[in-house]
Design a protein around this ligand. Sequence first.
Ligand code: PMT
Length: 211
Amino acid sequence: MKILVTAGPTREHLDPVRFLSNRSTGRMGFAAAAAAAERGHEVTLVTGPVALDTPAGVRRVDVVNAREMLEATRRGLAGNEALVMAAAVADWRPKVCEAVKVKKSAMLPVIEIEPNPDILKTLLPLKGERVFVGFAAETGDPAAEARRKLYEKGLDLIVANDVSLPDAGFAVETNRVTLFGRDAEPVTLPLLSKLEVGRALIAWIEGKAKR
Ligand code: PMT
């Protein structure tokens, strides 16, 4: 199969040196890309700024902000049969990005922000027969929010991770996830490495593509 994976945070700049972002390191998305390449799939990885090596056999596209990630993912979608959105896209961006560094003395105490596009929702009309997988970063009981996102974003599967746990979610090597599909009971996996989570997710996509 041809699989498009997104990873990492996006950075929403206020000026050339300052930005709004989040704690994503890209590990989960890179692990999903590595797991797909390991299975012989043709993988394109659209990533925000991270400090990770590209997995063997994966084509990498680097982006900085959410609008660039949307465009790179939109371009990649045409040639791919599955989309895995592991990226932690910043929901908001500063209204203004200055071309030069803002002097500390000129900085306003309030940053005006505006919403970024939701990449999955924007690309939903282009989904067709493609398999769409999202992630849900939740704290506490993820079931209700994960199900809401599964339907609202038109996904086939959502991988919920509890990002309040010390061994799951952002910036760790392991993850604890529950897979929420549309017409099946949720499946909770044990504590796994992110590569193992990636393998489980790719196996699910392969199974879905066969059905
Ligand atoms: O990168 P790591 O350090 O390894 O951390 C991994 C992770 C915690 C970032 C990853 O496992 C994860 O949960 N990624 C999704 C984070 C997130 O943005 O979740 P969300 O619940 O806010 O969004 C739900 C889905 O919508 C996600 O698939 C997200 O990519 C997508 N989304 C979100 C916002 C937006 N503007 N556009 C989107 O498409």
